[in-house]
Design a protein around this ligand. Sequence first.
Ligand SMILES: [Zn+2]
Ligand SMILES: [Zn+2]
Length: 368
Amino acid sequence: MSTISERGRFCAVCGAIDEDLIDNLCEKCYKKEHPLEIELLKSLDVEICTKCGNIRVLSNNIDPWAKEENLEEVIREVVRSAVLSKFRSSDPYDVEFEDDIENDKIMNYGVKEFELRTKISMQPHEEFSAFEKDFTTRLKMVRTVCNDCFKFKSGYFEAILQVRADGRRMKDDELDRLENLINGMMKQYEDGKMTYILDLKVEPEGITAQVSTKLLASNLAREVRAQTAGKLSLAYEHKTTSKDGAEVYVNTYLVRLPEFGKNDIIDFEKDLWKVIAINDDQFRLVSLTNHEERKVVRKRVEINAKKRNEELVPREYMLVSTDGQTVVIMAMDNYENFDDNLERLPKNIEIGATIKGFLLDEKNYYIE
Ligand SMILES: [Zn+2]
Ligand SMILES: [Zn+2]
């Protein structure tokens, strides 16, 4: 048993006699002076976007679709961490939660509130019993439309994607291919935030789309360019006003497709050629006079070549016989036989095989 005279320990504030004082304070006074540093959240808004299900708590955005759990678990997790974010302590602590959140009631108009009870305890000093805080937070379910959905609803977009062909209309198969390419890319972005196309116009003049963000538009434009050997240009800052009255700077990403493309028939340097391929720097052509391939600098072709696609009349032929130098060809439309030079035929055509070609300027050409 201790006595006052032996120990001489008085609380500096209340004068209580105690064996265990810290900084000359009894447990009661010490706890009063050093409360747990936590801001007690009396209520917390849980904003739920009715469009996309996005949850926002204390300016934290959570996409429930990105998580495996059901909505109840997701909300539980986010409100708990919101409460704990207001607790500042580097010392270890225990926390217990209790709530009445119910999955079925979350989106129900009738139930707008839940309760979260938090019990925090920590024992920074052996001499004293644990420090405890016990409080209840009202969780208000607020049904709303999140920023992203609001933008989408109001027709918000930051960029325009344009695909045009140089000096010509676009071909149907070209348009189909590009439409598929763009739709295919958009599939990858399906779950992304703010990745959408407002309208995709596919017309003979080309493709035009309003694209949610500049980044998405530039990704799409780059892919189109890469697939078509087109040229990409960017027109900055065309200012427009969105439906909600905000000023928006719209970038236009323009991909210009080359005038000549794969399978086009062109006049170039006094010969007739079929375009096999085109890339950023050169054309691969095959001569329809001797079926030799040639690579030509892109610019030279673009400046000097003339397209003949519109003038030619498709025709089918059959190789009847050959003596190694000349051939006998039959036209399949009128069964007329005539001679030609072997080198004017594609390589390795067998006797009896059909050959696709065309008539141009009253001369027969053989493609494949
Ligand atoms: Zn005291
Ligand atoms: Zn939303």
